[in-house]
Design a protein around this ligand. Structure first.
Ligand SMILES: Nc1ncnc2c1ncn2[C@@H]1O[C@H](COP(=O)(O)OP(=O)(O)OP(=O)(O)O)[C@@H](O)[C@H]1O
Length: 252
């Protein structure tokens, strides 16, 4: 059996005296859609930042396809095939949709770009960017500056930039935040389409989205995983209901 896409072993993170992540153990299999949920301040973004290399663990390990990547820089982890989006959109508002996706491609290819470019040329880069723009349904907006797009289109563009380099592990941080019901449905369909066959790790407050998308859900409370199971099992969990004061999951 192949190693999990991501494995966390006794992972800890402290900021000063505050222990924010407390001995987290978690395995995310290749091709799994894994959601991390939990109340505000539970440590979800911190966990994301530990996996992507933005934060260095205080203790424990992050393994990617069996390789210990703890302490590696975000760009090193990215080049190994992990790409993430951010809670607050990080697109370039003054650049066009095309230029944004092209930038995402260049960034994820890094030093490999000069070699790739030598073989494939500029035309291939343009074609690849256009292919991604089509995947995220923004072809009619290709030459529009990103700042002029509707909010949901900006979030779709961000997903496009995240998947641009062909990473096989995609991490999305609250991709549906601030969206209407119909916009959320479109983004969920898009996420499903562009992450087909990939490993997806998602943090999202919208429980409808989580139960719709996830194969497995981990529930983080005060930096500890109190449950990690199928959506059905998590929905039925007493500990999870208590953590959510018996409301949110019931309503999902
Ligand atoms: N760089 C940092 N320095 C100090 N404290 C931090 C830092 N980053 C996060 N924290 C603290 O860690 C705790 C968890 O924050 P985090 O953003 O990971 O939670 P979260 O579950 O993602 O919350 P939310 O759902 O509101 O986004 C918070 O108390 C936060 O103040």
């Amino acid at each position: 059996m192949s190693a999990p896409a991501i494995e966390l072993r006794n992972l800890e993170k402290s900021f000063g005296l505050a222990k924010i992540i407390q001995g987290v153990n978690l395995s995310i299999e290749k091709g799994e859609r894994h959601a991390i949920i939990g109340p505000n301040g539970a440590g979800k973004s911190t966990l994301f930042n530990l996996i992507t290399g933005k934060y260095t663990p205080t203790a424990g390990q992050v393994l990617m396809h069996g390789e210990d990547v703890s302490g590696m820089k975000p760009f090193q982890i990215n080049r190994k095939g992990l790409s993430r989006s951010f809670q607050i959109t990080n697109i370039f508002h003054n650049m066009t949709v095309f230029e944004n996706v092209r930038c995402g491609l260049l960034w994820s290819m890094g030093y490999k770009y000069s070699f790739w470019h030598m073989i494939n040329g500029q035309k291939a880069l343009t074609e690849k960017a256009d292919e991604i723009i089509e995947q995220i349904n923004l072809t009619s907006r290709r030459n529009m500056v990103a700042g002029a797009l509707a909010y949901a289109e900006q979030r779709a563009l961000e997903i496009g930039i995240t998947i641009a380099g062909g990473a096989d592990i995609i991490m999305l941080d609250e991709p549906c935040a601030g969206m209407s019901h119909s916009e959320t449905e479109l983004i969920v369909d898009l996420i499903r389409k562009v992450t087909e066959g990939k490993t997806l790790i998602i943090v999202e407050h919208d429980m409808g989205v989580i139960f719709d998308l996830a194969d497995k859900i981990s529930v983080l409370v005060y930096g500890e995983i109190i449950e990690s199971d199928t959506p059905e099992a998590v929905r039925a969990s007493v500990a999870v209901k208590e953590a959510y004061l018996g409301t949110t999951l019931e309503d999902a």
